[in-house]
Design a protein. Structure first.
Length: 344
C-alpha cells in the first residue's frame, strides 16, 4: 500500500522536524579572541600611544552600523587608558547589548570601540525591499523588507567598496571608495597624534564623485572607558544643560551634567541634551573625571546640531551630531581635535 506508506513517511519526517532542536546561537566569546585575529597599527608621538584596528579582511568590527575606519582599540597617556573594550563578551546574535553571566555582551552591530562614528543611510527610503542603499564607511547594503531603517539591524553587504590604508609612525589614513545608483564618493579619514603633544586629530574628507547630492547626519559615539560607574565624570557643554525628561540618576548644573551615584549592574542612562529644533552650537566639549583629573577636551570645526549622552557602568558616551551635505563634484572637510588630560 504505497499511498499509506508515503503518508506515514511524511508524518514521521514531520515529527522529526518538530523534535529537532532549534539552531543554537553562537556562544559569547571575549573580545580578546577577535583582537588577536585583527590587523592593528600602533601610533605614537612621544606622549600618546594609540592602537588602530583598520578596516579590511581582518577587521575587528563586523557590523553595519558604524564607519569601519573608526576603531581605536586603545589610547594611552602614561598609565591612563581612554578607550578599549567596554564589553566583556561578543555574541553575534545579540541585537545591541545585553547583560549576562559574562558581564556586558554586545552583538556585531554595536561591538566597536573608541571614537566610533555613525552616518545616517543614504537612499534607504527610495530602495524597495531587496533594493540597495549606501552607508558611508561601510558599503552598499541590501534593504531586506519594507520596515523603517533600524540602526541596530544587520544588513547584508552587497558591495563593501575598496579600502586603501597608509600610515606613518604617528598617523594613519583610511580611504574608502564606493558608488551605487548615482551616489558615489571617496571618503578619507586621517587619525593623527600631533608630535610631542597630548592631542589627536580625526580629519575627514568626503568627495562626491557621483551625480546625486550626498546629505546625511553623523555623530561620534565616543566610547570613553576612563571611570567605571561614571560617578566622578562631569560633562561640560557649550550650552546650558537641560532635557525634557532627564533621567533621575542625572544631575544638571549650569553647563554641566554628571552621574551623582555610580551606575551598577545593568543600569543605564540615556538623555537627549540638544536637538535640531534649536540653533547649532559650537563643537566644544569637555569630559573629566573630577576625582583624578583624567579626561579630554574635543573641539570641531562643524557645529553641533544634536547631542546625546548614554552611559552604562563600563562606558560613558558623549555623542555630538553634525550635518553633512556635499553636492556632486564638491567635497567637504571637517576635523575634531582631542586634547587628553592625564590623572593628576
Amino acid at each position: 500500500m504505497p499511498g499509506i506508506s508515503g503518508k506515514i513517511g511524511t508524518i514521521l519526517a514531520g515529527l522529526c522536524l518538530l523534535a529537532a532542536p532549534a539552531a543554537a546561537q553562537p556562544a559569547p566569546f571575549p573580545p580578546s579572541v577577535r583582537l588577536a585575529a585583527s590587523e592593528r597599527l600602533t601610533l605614537g608621538n612621544g606622549v600618546l600611544e594609540a592602537v588602530i584596528l583598520p578596516p579590511g579582511a581582518r577587521a575587528f568590527y563586523r557590523g553595519t552600523r558604524f564607519d569601519h575606519s573608526g576603531v581605536i582599540a586603545s589610547l594611552r597617556y602614561g598609565t591612563q587608558e581612554y578607550y578599549g573594550p567596554w564589553f566583556d563578551a561578543i555574541q553575534p546574535g545579540v541585537r545591541d547589548l545585553t547583560f549576562g553571566p559574562e558581564g556586558v555582551i554586545v552583538g556585531d552591530t554595536s561591538g566597536t570601540m573608541g571614537p566610533a562614528e555613525e552616518y545616517d543611510p543614504i537612499g534607504y527610503d527610495e530602495a524597495a525591499p531587496g533594493g540597495r542603499f549606501v552607508h558611508i564607511g561601510i558599503g552598499v547594503l541590501v534593504r531586506p523588507d519594507d520596515k523603517p531603517f533600524d540602526r541596530w539591524g544587520r544588513y547584508p553587504i552587497a558591495d563593501a567598496g575598496q579600502w586603501r590604508i597608509s600610515s606613518t609612525a604617528d598617523s594613519v589614513t583610511m580611504t574608502h571608495t564606493l558608488g551605487h545608483n548615482g551616489y558615489a564618493y571617496v571618503y578619507e579619514k586621517t587619525v593623527t597624534l600631533l608630535p610631542g603633544q597630548p592631542r589627536m586629530t580625526i580629519a575627514h574628507r568626503l568627495r562626491n564623485t557621483g551625480t546625486r547630492p550626498i546629505a546625511t547626519s553623523m555623530y561620534n559615539h565616543n566610547f570613553l572607558t576612563i571611570n567605571p560607574g561614571q560617578a566622578d565624570m562631569v560633562l561640560t557643554l557649550p550650552f546650558p544643560a537641560m532635557a525634557e525628561k532627564p533621567p533621575q540618576r542625572l544631575a544638571f548644573s549650569g553647563n554641566t551634567v554628571r552621574w551623582p551615584q555610580p551606575l551598577t549592574g545593568s543600569q543605564s542612562g540615556f538623555v537627549q541634551l540638544y536637538d535640531e529644533s534649536k540653533p547649532p552650537q559650537p563643537y566644544d566639549i569637555k569630559v573629566e573625571n573630577v576625582k583624578t583629573g583624567a579626561g579630554f577636551h574635543v573641539m570641531g570645526d562643524l557645529p553641533i546640531t544634536r547631542m546625546i549622552l548614554w552611559s552604562i557602568r563600563t562606558v560613558m558616551s558623549v555623542e555630538p551630531y553634525n550635518r553633512i551635505s556635499v553636492a556632486p563634484g564638491a567635497e567637504q572637510r571637517w576635523t575634531y581635535t582631542y586634547t587628553f588630560m592625564p590623572p593628576r
